[in-house]
Design a protein around this ligand. Structure first.
Ligand code: SPV
Ligand code: MG
Length: 295
């Protein structure tokens, strides 16, 4: 039954379900396939991770079309619903409209936009110094996005940066309510504290008015059961595959450089055959038998 639901519907199902759901970060086709094989039900196309795999900063240095091209590889490699981290929407309301149409065309199930200024900076880099968007202007972006979607279940998640910027709980709640009324399908409430207290306080006051999405990168030691009890809809594991890739590549590069041999690394990295499998090389071989021997 699940497989017959479109990707748009499946992301929306995750957001509105009563269960705690999880989105795992991916940043290219290979990582998207790995997320699917690990058994996750959805993908977070992280701005930080996609920037990082390009070797650029999380400051909109990669253009939005470069991001969309990356998403196309991800959508081809994995049939999971993908929620794009769309930063600030890459411009004003009009850029959001065009983004939503291009995402729908590529089968991307939803986009998260955050109430900051373009070009954005990652929330963990001097978050308290970052200017927030004007509430009305940001509501206009949400409404423009919702009005321009042609897939009924395409989701727009509105991300509140008020706690990151140090504007306090009341401001965060006011903004979230304004974004909900503007049409947001869910609210992402972000925090950079190492304890979940402000997120839990927000969730209590919010009282289930719309699905809540969180990103526990900094409060990672919080047991997941705490989020479940707080009525959180969806947890995003936001950057852990690009970080895993970085550590692994650093260790293997160092080992080969120092030892001048491959013998120490061969058994601890994916085999070439495993890479072929992840690329679906068998399907190509089968297609060759059909199409190259056709007479
Ligand atoms: C991302 O993954 O790019 C995010 C989450 O936006 S965070 O880096 O925590 O801001
Ligand atoms: Mg981001």
């Amino acid at each position: 039954a699940i497989a017959s639901r479109s990707r748009f519907e499946r992301l929306r199902d995750m957001l509105v379900s009563d269960e705690l759901e999880f989105l795992m970060e991916a940043h290219n086709g290979l990582s998207a396939r790995i997320v699917r094989e690990a058994g996750f039900n959805g993908i977070w196309a992280s701005g930080l991770a996609i920037s990082a795999q390009f070797g650029v900063r999380d400051n909109n240095e990669a253009s939005w079309t470069q991001v969309v091209d990356t998403l196309e590889f991800m959508a081809d490699a994995s049939d999971l619903p993908i929620l794009l981290d769309g930063d600030t929407g890459y411009g004003n309301f009009n850029n959001v409209r065009r983004l939503v149409r291009k995402l729908e065309q590529r089968g991307i199930a939803g986009v998260c936009i955050e109430d900051k200024q373009f070009p954005k900076t990652n929330s963990f880099i001097g978050g308290e110094r970052q200017p927030l968007a004007d509430v009305d202007e940001f509501c206009g972006k949400i409404k423009a996005g919702k009005d321009s979607q042609s897939e009924a279940s395409f989701s727009i998640v509105a991300r509140v940066e008020a706690l990151i910027a140090g504007w306090g709980l009341d401001e965060a709640l006011e903004r979230a309510e304004a974004y909900r009324q503007a049409g947001a399908d869910a609210i992402l409430i972000h925090s950079k504290l190492s304890r979940p207290d402000e997120i839990l306080a927000f969730a209590r006051e919010w009282a289930g008015r719309a699905p809540l999405v969180i990103v526990p990168t900094k409060y990672y030691s919080t047991p997941t059961e705490v989020f479940r009890k707080a009525g959180i809809s969806t947890v995003i594991w936001a950057n852990h595959l690009v970080r895993a890739a970085a550590s692994s590549m650093q260790a293997v590069a160092k080992e080969i450089r120092e030892s001048e041999t491959l013998v120490n690394v061969e058994d601890r990295i994916a085999s070439v055959e495993e890479i072929f499998r992840l690329q679906d090389a068998d399907e190509y071989a089968a297609a060759e038998r059909v199409y190259l021997s056709a007479s």
